[in-house]
Ligand binder design. Structure first.
Ligand code: GDP
Ligand code: MG
Length: 305
């Protein structure tokens, strides 16, 4: 279950280094909820979660006792206290696994960025352009999407290793998926890890993956007010990359207003404008990354200069 939107997670499937998919293994039960196999296609007509003592048979007839969580979601057979407890368990487990990931990244001297945005803001396009520049340190990518390996294939075409995670019905990557995908990447000793999260401006804000920071990619086509409408994501991010700046004139995009709205939500957020199409702003973006790398991996930094 996603503790933010309450949707049921599908069974995640993670590629191996050869691009073959594997179902997300046991031990990553996301709080012990009921996994639907991919392609199952229906949800028994109601939110259906198994929670240990509250296991019950699917009830096709309708809702049992309908609890509601703070977001007002109803879950058959669960009281609101029980829903809150399950949510807390899921987030606690995710936070523990995120701490494990963070420790592994630190041990490897790897700087990890979690790229978040609404679908189509240009995360993959930005990565493809960035990765086509030669780097003297290792880079790896973990790609999250509900379905398809399209984005991992786009990344691999640049020569950079990428592991696709398909979250099925899930609306975000979690720390367990990232840990498993990281195992399947080559050793990134002192390098960079980009994690492209599932396109969704809401749920990925709540799930720590062990990254150094979140980068929210916001495109000029989305409308200036999105930081106010989806504040959690902008509050959780250290950098806002405003992409598709090449389209700004056609759209009458108001850059100052966007930055103002983002900083109302997060006064400390850094802002850069880029275009994955034209390459505008990339030199500054690379400088931003190098500065972060210098703080993480002094050895790799010297090599990159
Ligand atoms: N004009 C313009 N189009 C872009 C830019 N970046 C991405 N796109 C287009 O936006 C669409 C979505 O890009 P994609 O990288 O798949 O977005 P993602 O879903 O965030 O990974 C594609 O059609 C891209 O060609 C940009 O900087 N300028
Ligand atoms: Mg993408």
């Amino acid at each position: 279950m996603c503790t933010v939107c309450g949707c049921s997670d599908g069974k995640a499937s993670i590629e191996d280094a050869h691009g073959h998919h594997h179902d997300h293994g046991d031990g990553h039960e996301h709080g012990g909820h009921h996994h639907h196999d991919r392609g199952h296609g229906h949800d028994h007509g109601h939110y259906h979660h198994h929670g240990g003592a509250h296991d019950h048979a699917p009830d096709e007839a309708g809702l049992l006792d309908c609890g509601a969580n703070p977001a007002g979601q109803k879950i058959a057979g669960m009281s609101s206290d029980r829903i809150i407890q399950v949510e807390r368990d899921i987030l606690d487990k995710n936070n523990r696994l995120a701490a494990d990931n963070r420790a592994r990244f630190a041990a490897d001297g790897v700087l990890a960025f979690n790229l978040v945005s609404s679908p189509g803001a240009g995360k993959t396009s930005l990565l493809v352009r960035a990765l086509s520049e030669k780097a003297s340190f290792a880079i790896g990518v973990i790609e999250g999407d509900q379905q398809t390996s399209n984005d991992a294939e786009r990344i691999r075409a640049t020569g950079v290793p990428a592991i696709q995670v398909n979250t099925g019905k899930g609306c975000h990557l979690d720390a367990a998926m990232v840990g498993e995908a990281y195992d399947r990447l080559p050793w990134l000793n002192g390098g960079l890890l980009f994690i492209e999260n599932v396109g969704n401006l809401v749920c990925p804000a709540a799930f720590d993956l062990g990254e150094a920071c979140k980068i929210v990619v916001f495109s000029t086509t989305e409308g200036e007010d999105k930081p106010l409408k989806y504040p959690d994501m902008f509050a959780a991010s250290s950098l806002m990359l405003i992409n598709k700046i090449d389209l700004a004139p056609v759209l009458d995009f108001d850059l100052a207003k966007t930055i103002d709205y983002a900083r109302r939500v997060n006064p400390k957020i850094e802002v850069l404008t880029v275009s994955a199409r034209t390459g505008e702003g990339f030199a500054t973006f690379f400088a931003w990354i190098r500065k972060r790398m210098a703080a993480t991996t002094p050895a790799a930094m010297t090599a990159a200069e």
